[in-house]
Design a protein around this ligand. Structure first.
Ligand code: AMP
Ligand code: GLY
Length: 429
């Protein structure tokens, strides 16, 4: 089979690495990819949001499966574009249609969906230009911290949490009237603050049945002990020690099954990954957010634990027979530490030479922001998150040790990473 994978981050390298291992894969293309994906497939300089050029490529190269890494092409309707075109409609697209991708594309849509289907989530109200005054009243009625969320996509930055009531009111005004996040914050969800510990749960579905992939914990803040600014993710750990069988069963019964059934009841077709961002409060799980794709940097620890053939699973999603497949999971821990550019998530320099990638052992490197300088045969940094180092272990600590040993072998000017992954998991296991 010929496969086209859309995206360019660490998640896409992890998916490409896995797809390339399948005996079913003839040719793998990644658009646009990075220096890492170039080692397992062919990078092509296509923009994932330019559907017409994707069509030309797909037809010319006889593509059977298009797997979509990031959310933007899905929210923009790439799956619908394929279904609406007689030439493309039989090609399997991994990623939901636009209407279903709104689970990620609109917080209001997701909250209404959860309310309709009895899925546990923080209580909330939504506000816009028409009822801004009611928003101030609502803020006065609830307890801090105040959680304000831009309704639309805001590159992971649209959630603001603050303790001060006056500041919350000002922020609400800035979001709605001042277009703080552009059109994305013309509507704002204000919700109850949930105090607990987060985890990410992933499901692959063909819309009828589903397979639960390994869960993971990601580390979003730049600083040790979860301090400082939010980032795209500083690393991940899978499995999550506190996600015991009993808890995961509860997640399946109270969240996963009602979500799949809810999609069916609402006539929302869904083929692809559902990412459940959960908060565990005591023994109860609440949905903080849905995403319509795999997580990044969760994929870098989750995908290596998948023993089953990912292409076979994707094929089953296309054929509506995912229920006939089995998921085999590596029982070991996988931990993944992201090396980032100095200064990230604020301003940082690019184009730094990356050295030492050949000196690692017993680990997997997933490139995120890297590019290949073909003339000089050098790999250079091209983004904030540069490279994820993933290693296995029989315990979380052993996996972390194997990961951190290798982290030391890779060098580029300004390299930064968190030394404390897993710090919050010892007391919760
Ligand atoms: P989201 O983009 O909805 O995942 O929110 C970003 C981050 O904000 C989450 O990963 C949580 O750490 C935090 N967050 C979001 N909603 C809540 C909430 N209701 N209570 C506590 N923290 C939250
Ligand atoms: N790790 C969070 C995300 O992929 O959105």
């Amino acid at each position: 089979m010929n496969i086209l994978l859309l995206g360019s981050g660490g998640r896409e390298h992890a998916l490409a690495w896995k797809i390339a291992q399948s005996p079913k894969t003839d040719q793998l293309f990644i658009a646009p990819g990075n220096a890492g994906t170039a080692s397992v497939g062919t990078n092509i300089p296509l923009d994932a949001t330019q559907f017409e050029s994707i069509k030309l490529f797909v037809v010319e190269n006889d593509i059977d499966i298009v797997a979509v890494g990031p959310e933007a092409p899905l929210v923009n309707g790439i799956h619908d574009y394929f279904l609406d075109d007689p030439v493309l409609q039989n090609i399997t697209v991994i990623g939901p249609q636009k209407a279903s991708a709104m689970l990620e594309g609109s917080k209001c849509f997701a909250k209404e969906f959860m309310q309709r289907h009895g899925i546990p989530t923080a209580t909330y109200k939504s506000f816009n230009d028409g009822n801004l005054e009611e928003g101030y009243v609502f803020l006065e009625q609830i307890n801090p911290p105040y959680v304000l969320k831009a309704d639309g996509l805001a590159a992971g930055k649209g959630v603001l949490i603050m303790d001060n009531l006056q500041k919350a009111k000002e922020t609400l005004t800035e979001m709605i009237n001042g277009a703080k996040f552009g059109e994305a914050s013309s509507t704002v969800v204000i919700e109850e603050f949930l105090k607990g510990i987060e985890l990410s749960v992933f499901v692959l579905t063909d819309g009828l049945s589903y397979k639960i992939f390994p869960e993971a914990k990601d580390y979003k803040r730049i600083g040790e002990a979860d301090t400082g600014l939010n980032t795209g993710g500083m690393g991940s750990i899978s499995p999550v020690p506190f996600a015991c069988e009993k808890f995961m069963q509860k997640v399946e019964n109270e969240i996963i099954i009602p979500t799949i059934e809810g999609l069916q009841q609402d006539n929302l077709p869904y083929k692809g990954f559902i990412f459940f961002g959960l908060m565990k409060v005591d023994d109860q799980a609440y949905v903080i957010e849905y995403n319509c794709r795999m997580g990044d940097p969760e994929a870098e620890s989750v995908i290596p634990r998948l023993k089953s053939d990912l292409v076979e699973l994707f094929e089953a999603v296309g054929n509506n027979n995912l229920d006939s497949t089995t998921l085999e999971i590596d029982e070991r821990y996988a931990t993944s530490v992201m090396l980032v550019s100095g200064g990230y998530p604020e301003s940082y320099e690019k184009g730094k030479i990356i050295e030492g990638t050949g000196n690692v052992s017993n680990c997997i490197l997933f490139h995120a922001g890297t590019s290949l300088d073909v003339e000089k045969d050098e790999i250079k940094t091209s983004g904030g998150r540069v490279i994820a180092v993933t290693a296995f272990g029989n315990s979380m600590d052993e996996a972390l040790q194997n990961t951190y040993v290798n982290v030391e072998h890779i060098h580029f000017e300004g390299k930064y990473y968190r030394h404390d992954l897993g710090f919050d998991l010892h007391t919760n296991s």
